[in-house]
Each structure stands twice: as C-alpha cells, then as structure tokens.
Design a binder for this molecule. Sequence first.
Ligand code: RB5
Length: 142
Amino acid sequence: MIAIGCDHGGYALKQEIIAHLEERGLEYKDYGCYSEESVDYPVYGKAVAHAVASGECDKGILICGTGIGISITANKVKGIRASLCGDCFSAQATREHNDANIVALGARVTGPGLAIKIVDTFLDTPFSNDERHLRRINMIED
Ligand code: RB5
C-alpha cells in the first residue's frame, strides 16, 4: 500500500500520479489535500509520514510546490527517510543507498512526465542491502 499526500501546490500533480498508480494497478491511500484551496503542508506531510512509520503503508509519495517543506516535515518523524527527488538517478540511488521510504516531489519544479518516471523509479528500485549502507542508515537514527 502506497500513502500519497500533497498540499494545494501539489494537488494537480498528485491527481496525475494517482491516475498513473491506478493504471499500474498499484494500491494507494490518499491522505489529502483534496482541492487547490490553500492548506498547510505539514498536515499532509505528517499524515503520510505516520502512515509509513506505523507500517500501515509500505512507501509514501509527498508533493508540495517545491517538495521542500513537505519533505522537511516528513523527516521529523522517526523511521522516515524522505528524499526530495528531481531526477531519476537520485530516485534510484536513494532507494539503493538510503532505503528511502518516502519520495517527495516539487510540482512547481518538476514537470509531470519526469515526476511520474521518478515515482516509478522510486517504487521499482529495491534497497541494495549492502552492509555499508545498512550501517549508515542505522547511524541516522542514533
Ligand atoms: C505553498 O505556497 C508552498 O509554500 C508549498 O507548496 C511548499 O513549496 C513549501 O515548501
């Protein structure tokens, strides 16, 4: 199960990503927001982060205007490794090296075509399980 959330700045892109998840037959839970009316991104960043940290969802996708505010918020939740990605290389590397569990996108920065490729890369790339990467991830929580 994939948790997805956004603020008003990310709403339109979230709708495109949801349509893509549906095309792929992937299950998701939409944590809002549900329109382009102005809202506060921490509400949605926290909702998705808690869904992933609790194990209710396996991975998360967060979108705001820049992807910055919502990823900062998500990374405050213990166990969350949220990566703001604007390219597919980063999306692949953050899965392989950081075992990132949330990808964040900036809808005012990254166009929908690239954003969807970033989402696919994030969802389809497994963690490397390399000892050195595990050691470094464990050091984050220390
Ligand atoms: C909202 O205007 C904007 O500040 C928000 O979407 C995000 O970019 C914050 O980091």
